[in-house]
Design a binder for this molecule. Structure first.
Ligand code: AMP
Length: 112
C-alpha cells in the first residue's frame, strides 16, 4: 500500500482523529494552516476529484453531509472553508481524495 492516507486509515500511521465511521475518516492536518485544519477522506481509495465517477460519487455527498458536524467538532463552529486540491496545478500532494476544513479564525477573503 503506497498511499499515505490509506496507511492512516489502516492505523499503520497514527492520526489525530476528529471523526470516524465505516466510510469516512477525519483527522487533524499535521501542518495546520489555520487553528482548525481537519482533513476529511473517504476510506475507499479515490485519487482525486478527477477520479470521481457515478459509481463512487455517493461517498462525496456523504462526506459533505458530515462536514458541518466535523467542522464544529474540530473547532470551526463559527464558519469554515472547504478546499480540495486537484492535480499538479492544484498542488495536490497526497493522491487520495481529501477535503481540507479550515476555520477557527476569520480567514483571508481570497484564497489566491
Ligand atoms: P494536499 O496538499 O491538498 O494534497 O494536502 C495534503 C495534506 O496532508 C497537507 O496539508 C499535509 O500537511 C497533510 N499531511 C501530510 N501527511 C500527514 C499526516 N501524516 N497526518 C496528517 N496530515 C498530513
Amino acid at each position: 500500500m503506497d498511499c499515505l492516507f490509506c496507511r492512516i486509515i489502516s492505523g499503520e500511521i497514527p492520526s489525530n482523529k476528529v471523526y470516524e465511521d465505516d466510510d469516512i475518516l477525519a483527522f487533524r492536518d499535521i501542518a495546520p494552516e489555520a487553528p482548525c485544519h481537519v482533513l476529511v477522506i473517504p476510506k475507499t481509495h479515490i485519487e482525486s476529484v478527477d477520479a470521481i465517477t457515478s459509481e463512487n460519487s455517493a461517498i462525496v455527498s456523504k462526506i459533505f453531509e458530515k462536514i458541518p458536524s466535523i467542522a464544529k467538532a474540530g473547532g470551526a463552529g463559527n464558519g469554515y472553508r472547504v478546499i480540495t486540491n486537484c492535480g499538479e496545478d492544484g498542488c495536490q500532494s497526497v493522491h487520495h481524495l481529501h477535503f481540507h476544513i479550515l476555520g477557527g479564525t476569520k480567514l483571508p477573503e481570497h484564497v489566491v
